[in-house]
Every structure is written in C-alpha cells, then in structure tokens.
Unconditional design. Structure first.
Length: 452
C-alpha cells in the first residue's frame, strides 16, 4: 500500500445489459466512429420512412429504394443530369458516403466519382470537371495533396475545390485554404449546405469567366484600333471619291444613267463600312448581347433572308442552295436580325473561298442544309472551295484569325461564335467537308409549340 497505481472497474450486475449489435454500436476505433457518425448524419428522410419493424436502415437501402439494384447505381448517377449540365467530381474513400453525395448532386450536375486522391487526379485530367468535392483523409493521396496537384496543373488550376472532412479545428481549415481549396465543409453536414456551396462556387466561377472574356475583348479592341482605322479609311476614301465624281457629272449636265453608275460604288462602300462597324460593336458586346428572341420557322426564314444573297451570288456564278433534310420546318427562338448577321458572315466566308474573280469557269456552290432532332436544330453552311488549313482550326473563331484575308476587320467569325452562344447554341467547323470545301455547323435549341 502507498506505492504504485490502483485501477477500480465497476460492471453492472444481472441481465439488464442489452447485447451490443454491430450495426448499432461500432467498435472503439476512431476511424470506425468517424465513418459511422458521418454516414448516419447524412442519411436523408428516406431512411426515417422505413417501417417500425425495420429499426435500422443502411445507406445502401436508401440508394436501392431510389435507383434499384446496386449494380445500376453508378450508371444511373452518371446519366441523370442533362448532357450540357456542369460537371462535378466527387472524391471520397468511403463508398457509401461517395454514392450518397453523388446521388444528391446527380439531378443538377454530371457526376464522376473517385475513391481516393490519386484516382481523383487521374479522373480530373481525363474529364476536366467544373468543380471538385473531395474528402481529406484518404489512402494513397489525401485531399490536401490532390488540391496541390490540381493547382500545379495549368489545365486544372482554374477548377474550384471544396474540401469536406471530419477533421475539426482551425488548423485543418487553414491548411486546406493554404494549399488552394476554395471552400471547406466540416462533416457531418447537411446535403442542402453542400448543394448551396457547390452552386455558389460554380456561380462564382461563371462570373470570373465572364469577366475574363470581357477583359480579353477589351484588350482585343485596343489591339485592333489602329488596324480598324486603316480599314475604315479605304471605304471612306472610295465614298468621298465617287461622291465628288457624281457632283461633277451633275454640274456638267451628264444624264441620270451616268450619275446612277457613279452612285452605285458609293452605296456599296457605305454598306461595307456599316457592316464593319456592326462587326466591331457585336464583338464588343460578346455573347452577352441583348437579343429580341422570337419563335421562328427556320425554313421559311432562310428562304426569305437568302433571296437577296442568291441573286447577288448568281451574278458571280455561284449557286446558293437551301436543303431541308428533316422534311419538317422546326421552330427556333432567334433574334432575326442577329441571326441574319451570322448567316451573312458565313455565306460571305464561303463566297470569298470560292470566288476567283471570274478566272475559274467551273460551277461553284454554297449549301445551307438544315435538319433537326427532338431537342436541337442543325444548320450547316458549306461550299465546294479549297477548304481550310487544319492548323487554322483551333483558332478559327479567335479575333483576327482571318486566314490571310485581304479585307474586313478580322472579327467576322469571332462575332458569329458570340452570337451563336448568345442564342444558347454551339458552332463547329470542318476543314474539309463532304461537299469539298469548309463547313460550319450551327446547333440551336429547338422550340416546341408548348414552349411557344
């Protein structure tokens, strides 16, 4: 007595102690306790609706009730959202929790899942998500290192990262933010909180992208100022010269036929000047242009707006052909004036590609072909000219990527892309289409009668 240490243990006597159940009370290992706490905390109200006879509800039961068999869960998560939804990568080593987070985000976003940081990094490089939600404590590569690698990779460094973990304390938050995470979420958390943070980060990213695009446009406008001034001087000089000639013809009493001939170049150059100014203004507005959208029957619209183009091109020996492959006249919501600018730019590009000043006597054609499916309308503008050099394709829609054109502002295709995006559409280009020359393909959302 008086030396050493004494431990005294008291245990309850009798049969009042209930048998421990593995699913009800987890072992003493800290990892098990954390895993159990964060999984149970995230189970939705679907678990509470189980019958009284089934006292315990596993997370897998909730997922099965929504998606069916386990083997279908991953595939259905990937195919729930629309193909144009933003992409979220979920990196989590706990398979139940990984599926649960993915399931709750799958209605609004395209989802890809990874079981640890290494797998997540490989998925990010392959898939390039719009946002990453990652656990911190994972095997092979933890969430901190994943975030560091994402920030080091130029192709991924712009992607927002949300770190979610059971680690507590200010040090964990500080370390996550120091390595480049955009947000931090402590487990257990409510799914609505995760959804709100995901939405906020994606919204911030969209605003940053728009600001970057606007800064790029402003820089491009500054870059082109001197070139634009030079280009505008050419039509202005022609207008002034022919106007002076017209005045002299009138003063010496020449007939109306001669005066009319003098005025034709004035009108033509004035129209060219107006088109160049409109290109600069449209480029400055970018894809944020205010549109006056109207439900429009595309085939009827094309027949109307292309009639003057057909007549002008016919005089140059070029046939403009309209084709409707679907046999129906789909409705599209478009700004008629802005879409006319898109078509004029693309037809003018085709004309410049095949017009040789009369030196080539072969037949020349430009095709505008339309087709549609249940959700989209496609318009293809192609020619039988020499096509586009493949090395120009990656930058074809950039400002000043004019492909050695001798005239214009160099903003035509950049303006076309911005206007198509403003309509909620997409535009792609084929260097050498089936028709022989280049082909531009517009994809626009289709409007139904109900939507109208």
């Amino acid at each position: 007595l008086g030396q050493g240490t004494t431990f005294r243990v008291e245990l309850p006597k009798g049969s009042d102690s209930k048998t421990l159940e593995r699913r009800r009370v987890v072992g003493r290992r800290q990892e098990d306790q954390i895993s159990y706490a964060r999984t149970v905390a995230l189970i939705t109200t679907a678990a509470e609706e189980k019958s009284e006879t089934q006292k315990e509800t596993l997370l897998a039961d909730v997922l099965r009730s929504r998606f069916g068999d386990n083997r279908d869960i991953v595939e259905r998560i990937r195919n729930t959202a629309s193909p144009d939804a933003q992409k979220v990568l979920v990196v989590e080593d706990n398979p139940d929790l990984r599926l649960f987070i993915a399931t709750n985000l799958a209605d609004d976003y395209q989802i890809e899942m990874a079981k640890d940081g290494q797998d997540g990094l490989e998925s990010a490089r392959r898939w390039v998500p719009d946002l990453i939600v990652s656990d911190i404590m994972m095997p092979r590569m933890d969430g901190y290192e994943l975030t560091r690698q994402v920030r080091k990779d130029p192709s991924l460094s712009h992607i927002p990262v949300i770190l979610a973990t059971a680690k507590s304390g200010g040090d964990a938050v500080a370390e996550g933010l120091e390595v480049g995470a955009n947000d931090y979420l402590a487990k257990p958390f409510e799914i609505r909180e995760l959804k709100a943070r995901v939405s906020a980060q994606l919204r911030t990213r969209r605003l940053e992208r728009r600001l970057s695009e606007r800064e790029s446009r402003l820089a491009a406008i500054g870059q082109m100022t001197s070139a634009i001034v030079h280009d505008l001087k050419n039509p202005l000089s022609s207008i002034i010269g022919f106007a002076e000639l017209t005045r002299q013809d009138v003063l010496i009493g020449k007939g109306s036929e001669m005066v009319t001939q003098d005025l034709e170049p004035v009108i033509s150059e004035a129209n060219r000047l107006s088109h160049m100014i409109a290109e600069v203004l449209d480029f400055a507005r970018g894809s944020s242009s205010d549109l006056n959208l109207m439900p429009t029957e595309l085939s009827v619209y094309l027949e109307t707006v292309c009639l003057p183009m057909k007549q002008k091109l016919a005089a140059m020996g070029i046939e403009l052909i309209l084709r409707n492959e679907s046999g129906v006249d789909p409705l599209v919501n478009i700004d008629n004036d802005r879409m006319l600018r898109v078509i004029e730019n693309l037809v003018r590009n085709a004309q410049e590609a095949i017009w040789t000043g009369g030196q080539d006597t072969r037949d020349k054609h430009i095709w505008i072909t339309t087709r549609c499916d249940a959700s989209s309308v496609y318009m293809r503008i192609a020619d039988d000219g020499p096509g586009i050099s493949p090395e120009l394709i990656p930058t074809i829609f950039d400002a000043f990527a004019s492909g050695k054109k001798r005239s214009g502002t160099g903003l035509g295709l950049a303006t076309v892309r911005n206007l198509v995006i403003a309509h909620g559409g997409e535009i792609t280009v084929e260097a050498k289409g089936a028709e022989g020359g280049a082909a531009f393909v517009l994809k626009l959302p289709r409007t139904t009668n109900a939507q109208q």
